[in-house]
Ligand binder design. Structure first.
Ligand code: ADP
Ligand code: ZN
Ligand code: ZN
Length: 698
């Protein structure tokens, strides 16, 4: 162009710039649209820009540079600033965002922006007195984070034959292939990941290593630094998860973008990280539901990992002791390559699993005599006990013994849970909306003072065990005991250091942790999950119990797992007894096939809410009627609208409508049209709505 103005120079108010460069910008707004702006110099696609949108200032991403704006040119505004302190998003990143937006039926801006570190998408980081050149410049001025030095690896591990075979399979992948690494708990899947990663690093490429939970990152970070080395120097590892500070997150992002970091260890959001020389993706515990985001863009990081691996032509390794039915079916059909680790790496045997039939047992505070005896025996042997109970708080409900009143949340159709704070004060809390209330001194209905805590949560169990096993050191790990940053890590290190005899925990303790001296796992109240309405409930229960059982006896023989149940004959429990994942998967998949459930069909779930259920149901009913004329509907089955099991949460009443199809493309096409019908309809009925593709919970 004839008169290019440098990007840094702001055009003067009075004179029009010599030429306008039109930009289509994606913004994080819930509108299914891109927005026109112009700049007085050419802008590279993928650049971030600061713009005025309505009365607000926002950061957006340039996704097109068209010859003409869609909007009438004289109304198109200039951008406020080109944010060129980081490299523009790569073509690969944009391509993935386009895919995710279209697959999950969301506006592009809702995909592109939220995955950036906050300071790169916050206008305040670039404007105002303290902006000082923007967040990147400010970060560079600060002291560099001390480089983590390589630590010598204390032991040399020789891979066993199964591990070697798995590593060779991964190494042999040319281009893309998804490898499902099915290894029983303690079989040494991590060693396979590390060996596979090392070779990719030696080729100068980057490795993306995903874990389901923040709590697992410290343990893996250590392993990665210790084991991924070259000539005594560790390959630089970046970490990404939602628990990082803004500065830490930006630092990780920049080091990845510049190719400085060679390994990315992170939770689901790391699937969107910039990795220019990606060579391998590992998804540990691929079945874990934490890989599915439950708000905003409801993506599955595992599914996106496979898409990304395919697009980048690199292998993807999915690891699990209990793969999801989707992945297992793919492996059985030959779409994924199956590698199995059938032996434990350090011990000869898996822990023995036994069921304790509660129909015949005399329980003390929820514990059968068999449980208490086995615990005593284990403590006598100087081994640790894990008590697993997936219910936090002191007791799930408070009740009046004379009239039957139950503590109910004012805002939800759910009970409030009795909690006990550190100081011993008790209060009621709703686990759905967070509402808190004092414990009433007498029954609000009949004024009787005899109120009783019904059932038990981890706090009550902790209290009982400390009394029952005098002298034993009891510790509780759940969402309540680990609220503060770093506190989970501290509690876990106490367990690893042997300063704990009995660990009481929720699913937080069941995943991934390699406890060296755990001789016994006891499971309370597993049945509560058995009869949930969701068709995936047994699958989840099986995976969870296998996981938690797998924490026992990882380094020693003779460990035991005891599960209390009133339904020992159920398939889930019988398969657990035999530790037979394949058998469980076979039965489950056969059932799903017969009735046409995923993975033999594809689903999308429309959920709506409003203060009154009637309006929500009318909206869904009309949404279903209007769907009948849309393209693709002939391949899609729409079920009737149904209220959710917990219908009211935070004074909002909720219902949903399930769409199902045997053909994914037809469903996708239908959803695209349906979505445009739903937007005005929801306005008319004054309801909020979300459309979730591949929902995990129905
Ligand atoms: P998984 O993730 O499959 O449950 P891990 O990878 O945590 O299992 O391995 C379990 C334990 O076995 C770890 O302590 C690990 O260091 C050890 N281990 C793995 N492979 C070997 C091997 N080939 N020889 C000796 N120990 C091993
Ligand atoms: Zn009463
Ligand atoms: Zn509530």
């Amino acid at each position: 162009m004839s008169n290019p103005i440098p990007a840094q120079v702001e055009p003067k108010q009075s004179t029009e710039p010599a030429s306008k460069y039109w930009l289509r910008v994606a913004l994080d707004v819930p509108l299914d649209d891109l927005f026109d702006y112009y700049h007085d110099a050419a802008v590279v696609i993928g650049s971030r820009v600061l713009v005025h949108f309505g009365r607000r200032q926002m950061v957006g991403v340039v996704v097109e540079t068209p010859a003409q704006p869609v909007f009438e040119a004289k109304h198109v505004k200039a951008i406020d600033m080109l944010l060129d302190d980081t490299a523009p998003l790569s073509a690969a990143s944009l391509q993935m965002a386009h895919f995710a937006a279209s697959y999950y039926q969301r506006p592009l801006g809702e995909v592109l922006l939220p995955v950036l570190p906050l300071s790169l998408r916050k206008p305040a980081a670039y404007t105002g007195k303290r902006a000082a050149g923007g967040p990147v410049a400010r970060l560079r001025k600060r002291r560099k984070a001390a480089a983590k030095t390589a630590v010598a690896d204390p032991e040399i591990i020789v891979l066993n034959a199964e591990q070697q075979a798995a590593v060779q399979h991964i190494h042999a992948v040319d281009g893309h292939q998804t490898v499902l690494l099915h290894g029983i708990t303690g079989s040494g899947k991590t060693e396979v990941y590390l060996a596979a990663a090392l070779k990719v690093l030696e080729q100068g490429k980057q490795v993306l290593f995903m874990v389901p939970e923040i709590n697992l990152t410290p343990q893996f970070e250590q392993a990665l630094r210790r084991r991924l080395q070259k000539d005594g120097e560790a390959y630089p590892v970046a970490v990404l998860h939602s628990g990082l500070s803004e500065g830490e997150r930006l630092r990780s992002w920049l080091s990845l973008e510049q190719g400085e970091a060679r390994v990315l260890l992170g939770t689901r959001l790391s699937i969107f990280a910039p990795l220019a020389s990606l060579g391998l993706i590992i998804v540990d515990e691929e079945h874990d539901t934490s890989y599915k985001q439950q708000e905003g863009l409801r993506y599955s990081a595992r599914d996106l990992a496979i898409w990304r691996g395919h697009t980048a032509q690199v292998p993807v390794v999915l690891g699990s002791a209990t793969p999801s039915m989707e992945s297992w079916a793919h492996a059985k059909e030959g779409r994924y390559q199956l590698c199995s680790l059938t032996q434990r790496a350090r011990t000869q045997s898996l822990p023995e699993i036994r069921l304790v039939d509660t129909r015949r047992a005399q329980l003390e505070e929820g514990f059968s005599p068999q449980f208490l005896e086995a615990m005593q025996h284990c403590l006598d042997n100087k081994q640790q006990v894990l008590v697993f109970l997936n219910r936090r708080g002191y007791a799930p409900v408070l009740s009046c013994t004379s009239c039957g009143w139950l503590s109910q949340c004012k805002r939800c159709s759910a009970y409030t849970v009795l909690h006990r704070s550190k100081g011993g004060r008790t209060y009621l809390q709703c686990h759905h909306c967070g509402y808190q209330a004092a414990v009433p001194r007498y029954c609000p209905d009949c004024r009787d003072q005899d109120l009783k805590a019904m059932g038990r949560g981890t706090q009550r169990v902790e209290e009982f065990l400390a009394e029952h096993f005098t002298g034993a050191r009891v510790m509780r790990i759940d969402a309540d005991s680990t609220r503060l940053k770093g506190s989970a890590e501290k509690l876990f290190s106490e367990v690893h250091a042997g300063n704990v005899d009995i660990l009481v925990g929720t699913q937080m303790v069941s995943k991934g942790h390699d406890f060296a001296n755990l001789g016994l796992v006891v499971v309370l109240n597993a049945d509560s999950q058995l009869f949930a309405q969701d068709f995936r409930a047994p699958e989840r229960l099986f995976a969870q119990l296998m996981q938690v059982a797998g924490r026992a006896g990882r380094h020693t023989a003779g460990a035991r797992v005891l599960i209390q149940t009133g339904y020992p004959e159920q398939v889930v429990y019988q398969s657990l007894l035999r530790q037979d994942y394949a058998g469980f998967a076979r039965v489950t998949l056969e059932e799903r096939k017969t009735v046409g459930l995923p993975p033999y069909s594809y689903q999308a779930l429309l959920t709506a809410d409003a203060p009154e259920l009637a309006r929500v149901l009318s909206f869904l009913t009309v949404a279903k009627e209007q769907a009948q004329t849309l393209t693709g509907i002939q391949h899609v089955q729409l079920y009737d609208p149904v209220p959710l099991r917990i219908v009211r949460v935070a004074n909002s009443e909720r219902a949903q409508l399930l769409a199902e199809s045997q053909h994914r493309p037809a469903l996708q096409q239908f959803l695209r049209h349906w979505r445009h019908v739903l937007t005005p309809l929801a306005k008319e009925y004054r309801v909020r709505w979300v459309l979730e593709v591949d929902p995990l919970e129905i």
